[in-house]
Design a protein around this ligand. Structure first.
Ligand SMILES: *Cc1c(COP(=O)(O)O)cnc(C)c1O
Length: 393
C-alpha cells in the first residue's frame, strides 16, 4: 500500500503522533485496539445497521445530466448531502461512538469550529444516551449560533473556549486538557482525518464506506467499478479521504482535491494549504500547514466554515507531495457561482464546502466519455444566510 498508513502511523513522511507525554496513554489505548475492534463482526454488524437505518445509506450515486451536458462530460454526484444531519460527518461519529463503547467509555468530548462536527457528535451521543461535552471558541459560538442551539437541543453541553483567539485552536486545547484529566471514562471524537495516529486512519476507514458504495454503484450503471476522476473538497480531508479510499492504489483513477483559496491564494485571506503551506506539526501530526517564517500557524480564511482550516490531513499532504492527487485552489467567488449553478441545473443546493469541488469544472476540462464522480459532501441549508448575503443568484 503506497498511499495507506504504515505501522508507525505515517503516510510517506507525514503523519505520526506528536503529542504531549500526558496524552500518550489515551492515544496508545486507541492505537492498540482500534483495528481489532473495527474489524470485528460485532462492530461491523452494528455499524452497517446504523449506516443503513439511521444515516440512510447507501446514499445515491446520481447521474447529473444537465451538469454533464454543460461541461460535456459524464458527471455523477455521490449524495452525501442526503445523509442524516446533511453531510458525511455522521459516518465518522457513528463509527467512533461504537468504538468508544467497546473501549468501555461512558463520556464523549469533541471540539468544533463551525459547529458541524459538534452537531454530528451531539447527534450520536443522543442516539446512544452518552454524556457529551463539545468545546467551541467563544467567537465561533457567536458566529455559529444555530449550531450551538442544535447541540443543546440534542442534549450536549457546549463549553466556550475563552483563551487565545477564542476559535478552533483554543477549543482543541481545552478538549485535550479535558481528555488528559479524564483518560478512563472519556473518548475524544475528532471530526476529520487529522490529529495523532491512529485518528487519520480510523476516520478514513469510517468514511471509506463512500468509495466502497461508489464502486458497487458504478459497476451497476457503467459496468465498471472505477471512475476516471474523483473530485472532493478538502478541509481537514475526511470526505475526500472517504471518496478516494478504495481508489488510492489504482493509478487509473485520477484524484482531485479542491481547497479553499478564499479571496485568492496570494490575498493573505486564504485556506489553500498546499499552495501556501510548508511541512510542520499541527494538531498532533506532521503535515503541510500554513505558517509564518518562524513557524507560527497562520489564521486561515474561507467563506466556507468547514474549509477554514490551516492544515490538511497527513494522507492528503502525502498525496500532494507524491503528485498522486491534483490540487486546485478555489476562490470564494468561484465556489459560490458553482453552488448556484448546481442549484439551477440539478435542483440541488450544495453546502458551500461542496461548491468548491464543483468549481473544478470551471478550472479544468474533461473528456466527453470520461466518468467523473463528485463527492457531494453536504447540503446547503446551513449556508442559506451566506448565499443570501452574497446575493448573486
Ligand atoms: C465539515 C465539512 C467539510 C470539510 O471537512 P472534511 O473533513 O474535509 O471533509 C466538507 N463538506 C461539508 C459539507 C462539511 O460539513
Amino acid at each position: 500500500m503506497q498511499y495507506g498508513v504504515d505501522e508507525r502511523g505515517y503516510y510517506g513522511q507525514f503523519g505520526g503522533a506528536y503529542i504531549p507525554e500526558m496524552l500518550f496513554p489515551n492515544v496508545e489505548e486507541l492505537r492498540v485496539n482500534y483495528l481489532d475492534i473495527i474489524e470485528s463482526d460485532d462492530f461491523k454488524d452494528e455499524f452497517q445497521h446504523l449506516l443503513r437505518n439511521y444515516v440512510g445509506r447507501p446514499t445515491p450515486l446520481y447521474f447529473a445530466s444537465r451538469l454533464s451536458e454543460k461541461y460535456k462530460t459524464k458527471i455523477y454526484l455521490k449524495r452525501e448531502d442526503l445523509c442524516h444531519t446533511g453531510a458525511h460527518k455522521v459516518n465518522n461519529t457513528i463509527g467512533q461512538i461504537l468504538l468508544a463503547q467497546r473501549l468501555g467509555k461512558s463520556k464523549i468530548i469533541a471540539e468544533t469550529g463551525a459547529g458541524q462536527h459538534g452537531v454530528a457528535t451531539a447527534t450520536v451521543c443522543a442516539l446512544m444516551g452518552m454524556e457529551c461535552v463539545v468545546y467551541m471558541g467563544e467567537i465561533d459560538m457567536a458566529r455559529q449560533r444555530p449550531n450551538v442551539e442544535r447541540m443543546k437541543i440534542l442534549g450536549a453541553t457546549v463549553k466556550p473556549a475563552i483563551s487565545g483567539s477564542k476559535t478552533l485552536k483554543d477549543a482543541t486545547n481545552e478538549a485535550m486538557r479535558h481528555w488528559i484529566n479524564n483518560p478512563d471514562d472519556t473518548h475524544y471524537i475528532i471530526g476529520s482525518v487529522v490529529g495523532p495516529h491512529p485518528y487519520p486512519d480510523m476516520v478514513a476507514r469510517f468514511q471509506s464506506v463512500i468509495s466502497e458504495e461508489i464502486q458497487n454503484q458504478l459497476q451497476e450503471v457503467e459496468g465498471r467499478n472505477a471512475p476516471d476522476h474523483v473530485i472532493a473538497c478538502v478541509g481537514g480531508g475526511s470526505n475526500a479521504a472517504g471518496a478516494f479510499y478504495h481508489f488510492l492504489e489504482d493509478k487509473g483513477v485520477n484524484l482531485i482535491a479542491a481547497e479553499a483559496a478564499g479571496l485568492g491564494i496570494s490575498s493573505g485571506k486564504s485556506a489553500a494549504t498546499t499552495a501556501l503551506g510548508k511541512p510542520g506539526v499541527l494538531h498532533g501530526s506532521k503535515t503541510i500547514l500554513m505558517q509564518t517564517e518562524d513557524g507560527q500557524v497562520v489564521e486561515p480564511y474561507s467563506i466556507s466554515a468547514g474549509l477554514d482550516y490551516p492544515g490538511i490531513g497527513p494522507i492528503h499532504a502525502h498525496l500532494f507531495d507524491d503528485g498522486r492527487a491534483e490540487f486546485f485552489g478555489i476562490s470564494d467567488e468561484e465556489a459560490m457561482l458553482a453552488g448556484v449553478e448546481l442549484s439551477k441545473l440539478e435542483g440541488i443546493i450544495p453546502a458551500i464546502e461542496t461548491s468548491h469541488a464543483l468549481a473544478v469544472f470551471g478550472k479544468r476540462t474533461f473528456g466527453s466519455d470520461e466518468v467523473i464522480v463528485v463527492n457531494l459532501s453536504g447540503r446547503g441549508d446551513k449556508d442559506l444566510e451566506t448565499y443570501i448575503k452574497w446575493g448573486k443568484y
